[in-house]
Design a protein around this ligand. Structure first.
Ligand SMILES: Cc1ncc(COP(=O)(O)O)c(C=O)c1O
Length: 487
């Protein structure tokens, strides 16, 4: 379906503010990457160059490793760590970043975070084992997830990792584990508080449970080393974290009256990522309607892809915000000699991964709508399974750049399974030329919960491959596994 489209088509924007470089072919390959017209992803300059200057290299990688293909840039995660740490160093005396390992299954990203000096936030025995194998210091591993089995507790205690206790029942389970072991067994714990703003959540303790737990911890200082408090909030407003911290202030006083020594407040993750340019994003939201979706449904909510603040600006604002008694958050932390801990996932993975899908065919349906089929499924770009959309246009790489681009194709994108709901995007996306079988769609910035959260072997398709790209934007790639062998 070639159309004059009503979809807002905007000039693309890149992080460095430059226009798309003129396409250049890789070796003798005439591949060309086309800049999206509506929701162009913001791209780190070396990623932009990789896609737009060497699209043939991406074609070669897919030829060799198959589709979908996940490409990882651990050096970018390390740059994100350094940027975040620079803000923390300006505003706090003590801080700790725990990389939220749940955000992506890549061992290279975990290793990169450890090499950049972060701790690791783990949510399972398996994430713990991976962090240890990647060289993580167990005492700088924090288990924040609420679903801890006995075996997970045992591992955490054995290694001396930090355990964030989600409920008084979890405290009892941990006490049972300690009682059953040798006298020397000791656990390092935080109490996970449920801020007023997340009273509907099933995670964290009520104020009464926190008070009761503090009293119980005070009775067993030999077995339970109480380190401080933790919370994690949905949403992305720094103001909500400030409000939660104000609520925690009373418990800090209460703990000290019980002769406990809180020294950490872990304010969780949720630092924002800017995926697309803010004005373009807002314009898109204003203009969109049911006709812009294959299922004629505008999703009820989206991740705020057009955030105006990036993670570092957000952190500055958080630390400078007036908190308890009008004191800035950074002053409050200094006054109480507290370490500020963060457990960012998405924001550390920002720009650190790409997912590439090969197009198998383009089909016009009975009602005239067009669908692009890809080799791979929405399990590898999974926002539609959460009744939402990954609101970045994919970048089309045509293998034959000579195709005329005289009109716009509007299409949604479907995976290779037998499920009608297996769509990477319900949104009708404008393409500047008709994709051909073997052309590629590159989804940028998929490192945060997109590329592999739901991936599986449905229809016995092998798991997608994951490759680590050269630091700085080279086109060389090596397999990303713990042992270095190819899955
Ligand atoms: C307890 C906890 N900490 C940290 C995170 C990481 O959040 P984000 O990836 O938004 O930074 C999550 C995400 O769900 C979480 O549940």
């Amino acid at each position: 379906m070639l159309h004059d489209t009503h979809i807002p088509v905007l000039p693309g924007t890149r992080l460095d503010g430059r226009r798309q470089p003129s396409p250049r072919s890789h070796r003798d390959d005439p591949a060309r990457a086309w800049e999206p017209t509506a929701l162009a992803p913001l791209l780190e300059p070396s990623i932009s160059d990789f896609i737009y200057r060497t699209p043939g290299a991406i074609v070669d990688l897919v030829r060799q490793y198959g589709s979908p293909l996940n490409l990882i840039r651990p050096d970018i995660l390390q740059r994100n760590v350094r940027a975040m740490r620079a803000v923390l160093e300006r505003h706090t005396r003590h801080h700790e970043i725990f990389y939220g390992a749940k955000v992506n299954k890549s061992p290279a990203l975990v290793r990169a975070a450890i090499d950049a000096g972060t701790g690791i936030d783990v949510s399972s025995r398996h994430e713990l084992a991976d962090a240890l194998r990647a060289g993580g210091d167990a005492r700088r591993i924090c288990a924040s997830g609420p679903a801890k089995t006995q075996a997970f507790h045992a591992d955490l205690v054995q290694h001396g990792a930090i355990i964030s206790l989600d409920s008084s029942q979890e405290l009892s389970a941990l006490e049972d584990h300690l009682d059953a072991g040798p006298h020397s067994l000791r656990a390092r714990v935080l109490l996970r508080y449920q801020p007023t703003l997340s009273r509907n959540s099933r995670f964290g303790m009520s104020p009464q449970d926190v008070r009761d737990s503090l009293r119980r911890l005070a009775l067993r200082p030999q077995q339970l080393d109480f380190l401080g408090f933790h919370f994690h909030l949905g949403g992305y407003a720094f103001e909500d974290r400030v409000a939660a911290l104000i609520e925690l202030a009373d418990f800090i006083g209460e703990a000290r009256r019980l002769s406990l020594a809180p020294r950490i407040v872990n304010v969780g993750g949720g630092l924002p990522v800017r995926y697309v340019e803010s004005d373009a994003y807002e314009m898109f939201l204003r203009a969109q309607g049911p006709d812009h979706y294959r299922n004629r449904k505008v999703p009820a909510s989206f991740y705020p892809y057009g955030n105006r603040l990036d993670a570092c600006a957000w952190l500055e604002q958080f630390l400078n915000a007036p908190g308890k008694d009008g004191r800035r958050v950074s002053d409050f932390l200094a006054h109480h000699d507290l370490t500020l801990a963060l457990e960012p996932g998405r924001s550390l993975a920002d720009q650190a991964a790409l997912s590439v899908f090969a197009i198998t065919h383009v089909k016009t349906l009975v009602d005239g709508r067009c669908v692009i089929f890809v080799e791979g499924s929405s399990f590898s770009a999974c926002e539609t399974w959460f009744a939402s959309e990954f609101l970045l246009d994919p970048i089309l790489i045509s293998r034959d750049a000579t195709k005329p681009a005289d009109d716009v194709l509007l299409a949604y994108i479907a995976g290779h399974s037998c499920l009608d709901e297996d769509v990477l995007t319900n949104r009708l996306i404008a393409f500047p030329t008709v994709p051909q079988p073997g052309d590629l769609l590159v989804y940028a910035n998929t490192g945060g919960y997109q590329m592999d959260l739901l991936e599986n072997e449905f229809h016995r398709h092998p798991m997608p491959r994951r490759l680590v790209l050269d630091a700085g934007g080279g086109t060389r790639a090596i397999p990303d596994t713990l042992d270095g062998d190819l899955r």
